[in-house]
Write a new protein. Structure first.
Length: 219
C-alpha cells in the first residue's frame, strides 16, 4: 500500500503592493503615493512549528497526535487571515509529499504505460500501468485489489532468456530477477530443473510439485 507523508507546509502569498506600507515601508505616506513594482511578488509564509512554544521546544510528534492535520489547519488559519489584506492577490497552501511502500518502506514507484507495454520492464504479461515495482507484497496487494492474476499463480518454472537451456523449478527460481515465469501450458513436454549443473543438478520435473511427489510416494 502506498503511504503518503506530507511535510514542509507553507502558505504561498502573491502580493500586489499599492502603498509603501504594503511592503512594510511605513512613515512614507506623506512623501510617497505608491510603490513601483513591475511584477507581483510571491513570498512563502511558514507556519510556526507545532512543538515551538517560545519558552519551550519539543518535537512535533510530542506536541500533536495529528501532525499533518494540525499543520494543514494552521496554514488554513494563516491563509484566511492573509486573504483579508488588500495587497494580497492570491493565497495557496502547499507541502512536500513523499510516497513510500507500507511493506518495504522504499520509495513508491509505479509502472508507466510505456513500461507496462515493454516486456523488458514489466514483471509479466499481466502487468499494467500503475503497478508498484518496489516489492512482491505491494505487487500482490495491487493485483488482488483489481482481480489481476498474481505473478506466481500457476507458475511451475522459470527460464533464462539469455540461456534457453537453463530451466529452474519454483524452489530455485523464485526471487531471481530477469527470469521469465513459465506455466504448464508453456511446457507441453515438461522439463527438469538444471540448477546446480553440471555437478549436482536438481533434476526435478518442474511439472510435478513437491506436494504431489510426496503424495505419490505415500500411496
Amino acid at each position: 500500500m502506498k503511504k503518503t507523508h506530507r511535510d514542509e507546509w507553507r502558505v504561498m502569498v502573491t502580493l500586489k503592493p499599492r502603498r509603501p506600507a504594503d511592503l512594510g515601508l511605513t512613515g512614507l505616506d506623506d512623501l510617497a503615493e505608491f510603490v513601483a513594482v513591475a511584477e507581483p511578488i510571491t513570498v512563502a509564509v511558514l507556519p510556526r512549528r507545532l512543538g515551538s512554544f517560545g519558552f519551550l521546544s519539543m518535537s512535533d510528534s510530542l506536541a500533536s497526535r495529528d501532525v499533518e492535520g494540525d499543520y494543514r489547519r494552521r496554514c488554513e488559519e494563516i491563509a484566511a487571515e492573509l486573504r483579508q489584506r488588500p495587497q494580497v492577490d492570491e493565497v495557496t497552501i502547499t507541502c512536500t509529499e513523499t510516497h513510500t511502500c507500507s511493506h518495504c518502506r522504499y520509495g513508491w514507484e509505479e509502472l508507466t504505460s510505456e513500461q507496462a507495454a515493454d516486456p523488458q520492464e514489466r514483471l509479466d504479461e499481466y502487468s499494467v500501468e500503475g503497478e508498484p515495482v518496489c516489492c512482491d507484497k505491494a505487487i500482490a496487494e495491487f493485483r488482488a485489489e483489481r482481480g489481476i492474476r498474481q505473478y506466481h499463480e500457476g507458475v511451475v518454472a522459470y527460464r533464462n532468456t539469455d540461456r534457453p537451456g537453463v530451466l529452474l523449478c519454483r524452489q530455485h527460481g523464485d526471487g531471481w530477477a530477469g527470469l521469465v515465469p513459465l506455466r504448464s501450458d508453456d511446457l507441453p513436454d515438461g522439463g527438469t530443473c538444471t540448477y546446480g549443473a553440471p555437478h549436482e543438478e536438481c533434476g526435478r520435473d518442474v511439472l510435478i510439485q513437491p506436494s504431489q511427489a510426496e503424495a505419490g510416494g505415500q500411496r
